[in-house]
Design a protein around this ligand. Structure first.
Ligand code: ZN
Length: 240
């Protein structure tokens, strides 16, 4: 039976998939890791065991969060991880709410992941196929491409976005390399699903229509469908 963890922001962790009509009953546990204790929600739906983890508001330091999350979900049996990320688009034709399933990242600057060999393919090709199949079946456009990772503390400058574009990246993202490396170290399949963010302010409250514009429901729909496409037997080397 696949055990899949979803690492996300607080909204998905708190509400699960209720916003797309999936009312699941979760149990919440606190899992201790060498890097701090982390709350995990878990449930079983049919042949799927699902874990939810929030990246934010956990009390764990930002720099330890990726390895704490991967160690925690591994300790309760996960062998596949899907994660959601917001990215800042570097190309003018990528509007807020656009979904992206990245193939590669280019990491510049501070790197907090562990040493890991075999990072030529940082993300699981099988999980990528699951995400693309899920977006296809719901006719939700989902592009491929590369991302530039820069862990700037706040927003990105026009010059940084221009750099990303010149490097052939669709946009800029934070922290994805640390998660990929820790997932590889823990021998789990891992893939991010990214959504382009708009020029809005943290803490703002949005209407459902605005949230739809930001890709919120698209992300939930693609993730939910992709979860059911993950099989125990996977033709990849992530778990070796
Ligand atoms: Zn894999």
């Amino acid at each position: 039976m696949p055990v899949v963890a979803v690492i996300s922001g607080r909204g998905l962790y708190r509400k699960g998939f209720t916003d797309i009509g999936k009312d699941l009953h979760f149990e919440e546990d606190t899992v201790s890791t060498p890097y701090g204790a982390l709350d995990i929600k878990r449930t079983q739906v049919g042949d799927l065991r699902l874990l939810l983890v929030s990246r934010y508001g956990t009390g764990i330091r930002d720099r330890e969060m990726s390895r704490a999350a991967m160690a925690a979900v591994k300790s309760v049996g996960a062998d596949a991880v899907l994660s959601t990320f917001a990215f800042h688009a570097a190309e003018p034709d990528i509007y807020p709410g656009t979904l992206l399933v990245p193939e590669q990242y280019i990491s510049l600057g501070e790197e907090r992941g562990p040493r890991a060999s075999r990072m030529e393919e940082p993300f699981c090709p099988v999980l990528r196929t699951c995400l693309h199949s899920a977006s296809d079946v719901h006719s939700i456009p989902c592009r491929g491409g590369n991302l530039l990772q820069m862990n700037s503390p706040g927003g990105y400058t026009r010059a940084e976005l221009e750099l990303a574009r010149r490097l052939g990246a669709a946009g800029i993202v934070r922290n994805v390399s640390a998660e990929a490396r820790h997932a590889r170290k823990e021998r789990m399949c891992y893939h991010p699903l990214c959504v382009a963010v708009g020029p809005y302010q943290k803490g703002d409250v949005y209407t459902p229509t605005q949230r739809a514009g930001f890709g919120y429901y698209s992300v939930l729909t693609v993730l939910w469908d992709a979860l059911w496409r993950i099989e125990d037997s996977r033709d990849c080397t992530c778990r070796v």
